[in-house]
Structures are given as C-alpha cells and as structure tokens.
Ligand binder design. Structure first.
Ligand code: APR
Length: 240
C-alpha cells in the first residue's frame, strides 16, 4: 500500500492526522454525508445551528442525548488504536472534527477537538462550562444563571474555538507528514489544514474509500477504510 513513499513515511518525525466521521464509522457511529449519514436522515438546519437551538432546544437536546448514548456505547477501532500506538515511534498530533472522544479513549495524548466534544456543555449566555456523563432529568437544562445550557460543540455558522484553531494551524504547518483519514473535506475551516501542511512541503496521504475535495492534491491516496489501513501504516514504523 505505502511502498511508493515508504522511506518518506519512515523518516517522518512529526505526523499530523486530520480525522473525520469516517474513522469512527467502523465503531458503529454513522458519518454525516455517507450512505446512511446523519444528514441524509436529519435536517442539519433543524438540529445543528444556533437558530434551531433557540427555536426548539428540547429537540436539539434529545438528538444530542441520543448521539451521546451511541457514542458512550462505542469502542475505538483498529484505526484509532493504530494512531495512539504510533506515539511510541513519532511525535503525533490529531486534529479531529469528531466530537466522540474515541481518539482519547484509544490513548492518543495530543488531540485537538476542532468541533468541540459531546461530553462538554456550556451556558448559552454566561461563561459556565462543564462535562456531562449522565443525562439531565429535565431538558433543556438550565444554568445557575437561569439561561439554557447547550452542548459545547461547533454548529454550522459558528466559529471554531480560537485557541484550538490557532494550535491546529501551527501543528498543520509544522508536520512533515499529514494523514487525512475519514473526512470528506467539505467543511471549513478544517478542510484548509492540508494546505498549511503542503506549504510546509509535508507529504500528504489520504485514507478514504471515496474521493474527496482534495484527492488530487495528495501524494498518496488509499481507497480503503481506516481500520484496515492504519495498522499497516504503523507497521512501517515498527519495522515489521
Ligand atoms: N474509513 C475511512 N473513511 C471512511 C470510512 C471508513 N471506514 N467510512 C466512511 N469514510 C469516509 C467517507 O467516504 C467520507 O468521505 O469518511 C468521510 C465522512 O465524511 P462526512 O460524513 O462529510 O464527515 P466529516 O468530513 O467528518 O464532516 C465534517 O461536518 O457535519 C459536520 O460538524 C460535522 O465534523 C463534521 C463535519
């Protein structure tokens, strides 16, 4: 699979992963735009915008509770595990669009959550932030300040957390190898991260069963799944 750039891979010191919903698909979590993707079955504008939240906070909370239950029941797969194991052989930073926390559950230590986390909540008005591990009895739950609490995730039309985005751009600009796994690269600004890596002459690898917006920019594209491909990728570092 990786023969044509095996040496470049083996010599990589700082490896940046950009991941999306596809890496968690083999853990039983649906993607957004794939065959049974969430946005095929649900209207994103009714569930993942601030206007939708103010219009019907109960519906939005019910949907995120359902997603949280699925995510809590899910386990990292061979793709997540391989990325975590790679930390033994190289400096690894994961820039993920996923809110499921499966990279951290697999043991990855440097993970930037670009779109927030399903276990985090915040007040829609004051600076209150917290984590939730059990569901609220009443939804939408209220903050002590009296305003409604919301999932601490990034909705369409919202900016990414400034500090997280800044760190992501720095990491993307410093890596000598970037592996783009399980993302359609249709959502910005995450989809420009490979451009920062290219400007740093990094080698770009795409792992995705389907073509993406940036496939033509890649040094290597692997049309297969992350759980099948990433264990073979790290075997290069293990020297097996
Ligand atoms: N292994 C690797 N890639 C896969 C797999 C798999 N097992 N299964 C599906 N894919 C690929 C699909 O071919 C597709 O290109 O993963 C990609 C998933 O794309 P999307 O569903 O668009 O998800 P993502 O790119 O993460 O979406 C970005 O959009 O809806 C918002 O905030 C949400 O973070 C999300 C963002």
């Amino acid at each position: 699979m990786f023969d044509i750039i095996k040496d470049q891979i083996g010599n990589a010191k700082k490896i940046i992963f950009v991941t999306g919903a596809g890496i968690s698909q083999e853990s039983g979590i649906p993607t957004f735009r794939g065959k049974d993707g969430l946005w095929r079955n649900y209207d994103a504008m009714k569930l993942a915008t601030i206007d939708a939240f103010y219009e019907n906070p109960k519906l939005v909370w019910e949907w995120y509770n359902e997603r949280r239950r699925n995510i809590f029941a899910a386990q990292p797969n061979e793709g997540h595990n391989a990325i975590a194991e790679l930390e033994k052989y190289a400096k690894v930073v994961v820039l993920t669009q996923n809110i499921d926390g499966l990279h951290q559950k697999a043991g990855s230590t440097e993970v930037l959550e670009l779109h927030g986390s399903i276990i985090k909540i915040k007040c829609s008005v004051c600076n209150f932030r917290d984590e939730i591990l059990t569901e609220f009895s009443e939804i939408p739950p209220l903050c002590n300040c009296g305003n409604i609490l919301r999932p601490d995730v990034v909705w369409f039309g919202e900016s990414l957390p400034h500090d997280v985005w800044q760190k992501a751009v720095i990491s993307a600009s410093e890596g000598d190898l970037m592996v783009i796994v399980g993302t359609s690269l249709v959502v910005s600004p995450a989809n420009i991260l490979p451009i920062y890596a290219k400007q740093n002459d990094a080698v770009l690898i795409e792992i995705n069963p389907e073509k993406t917006e940036m496939s033509s920019e890649m040094d290597l594209t692997i049309r297969s799944t992350s759980a099948l491909t990433l264990p073979e990728f790290i075997s290069i570092f293990k020297g097996v």
